[in-house]
Design a protein around this ligand. Structure first.
Ligand code: ATP
Ligand code: LTN
Length: 327
């Protein structure tokens, strides 16, 4: 079984990334041969700071290992180190329709936020499809916000297979049962997000305990007092229930039963403590790993070698089936 996922190296990783990303990566790596890609080519689709891109790449590498990726079993690498990704994106643009790209909600939302809407922001899902398809990927652990992109990758794989002959495995997405879409604590109708900048509503993986407590305490709720899961009527409380479920492993009904009649105060305190308990050892491991740039560089170079070897046969097959003269 092949597993593949990608994470962007810009912006500070948050508890939403943990829920839809990191914890799923650590769990799925047990199921086969896993590739985790730091997608720096994707990061330039919105305006970025060149100095931050380099630091952010090492930051994310350290966070992947700190959250449980085992470098002896899984491959962690940087997208731009493996040129097959840029090449695959160009080839796959021939089997991706303009219309489908124009329907991508992430493009529409981000385009609204940006002063300069780059062509790359529009073609971004093709690059992502290539990332996945180059590795003959069976499963892709991701958060709910990536469903539409994964669907596009599946369509692209099927269209290519149909036009040029069986080349790609058609991948399946793996989404968390709860916490697939962690919401901003201050705006519970908006996804917690890296690119919208750090704020009081975003719990960062590296926030110190007191910052986490303050952020959770000030989370927007409602005028009621029932700790009850109802994402439409009680978006703030439902989001906190999901976070507690993510951090403790308890089910939503178990949580509702435990806080029956207890009010929001104690509930919020315990949500905060569960996040602190989860993140404290991760932060300690992260600091240790991040301090050794030499070792991170060594692991990423090794990862790039393995990723090059694993993706090369698929890229070659793509060129051949599309009729390029390989002399
Ligand atoms: P942005 O919101 O700026 O696009 P991001 O926070 O989504 O960035 P990525 O690096 O693009 O960060 O995502 C890494 C993984 O985290 C993806 O699998 C994505 O689906 C997941 N993810 C991101 N935000 C959330 C969230 N709020 N809840 C659950 N999963 C999330
Ligand atoms: N688009 C994703 C990041 C990403 C990805 C991938 C995820 C790029 N390539 C391949 C899974 C598989 C995002 O914005 N979270």
């Amino acid at each position: 079984m092949r597993i593949f996922s990608g994470i962007q190296p810009t912006g500070d990783p948050h508890i939403g990334n943990y829920s839809g990303g990191f914890r799923q990566y650590a769990a799925t790596q047990e199921r086969g041969e896993a590739f985790f890609c730091i997608v720096d080519l994707h990061a330039i689709t919105i305006q970025h700071d060149p100095a931050e891109l380099r630091q952010g790449t090492l930051d994310i590498a350290a966070m992947l290992f700190a959250t449980g990726i085992d470098p002896n079993r899984s491959v962690v690498f940087v997208q731009s180190h493996v040129t097959a990704h840029a090449e695959a994106a160009w080839l796959l643009s021939a089997v991706t329709s303009y219309g489908q790209l124009a329907r991508m909600t992430q493009f529409k939302e981000k385009a609204e936020d940006e002063e300069f809407v780059s062509a790359g922001l529009f073609t971004y899902p093709i690059l992502m499809a290539g990332d996945i398809l180059l590795y003959q990927t069976d499963i892709v652990p991701i958060g709910d916000d990536q469903r539409q992109h994964l669907e596009l990758a599946r369509d692209v794989a099927q269209r290519f297979n149909h036009r040029f002959g069986e080349t790609f495995v058609v991948p399946e997405g793996v989404f968390p049962d709860t916490g697939g879409r962690v919401m901003n604590l201050q705006e519970p109708d908006v996804k917690m997000s890296k690119s919208r900048g750090a704020s009081q509503g975003t719990v960062l993986m590296l926030d110190p305990p007191d910052t986490i407590r303050k952020k959770v305490k000030s989370a927007v709720t409602d005028s009621g007092s029932d700790v009850r899961y109802d994402p439409d009527a009680k978006a703030g409380i439902s989001n906190l229930i999901e976070l507690l479920s993510v951090t403790t492993g308890e089910s939503i009904p178990e949580i509702e039963a435990r806080y029956d009649g207890s009010g929001y105060g104690r509930f919020k305190e315990e949500v905060a403590e569960s996040i602190v308990t989860l993140l404290t050892p991760i932060r300690a491991r992260y600091e240790e790993l991040r301090a050794d740039e030499g070792e991170l560089g060594r692991l990423l170079a090794l990862g790039a070698d393995k990723a090059r070897a694993a993706s090369a046969p698929t890229l070659e097959a793509m060129y051949e089936r599309m009729g390029f003269a390989r002399l």
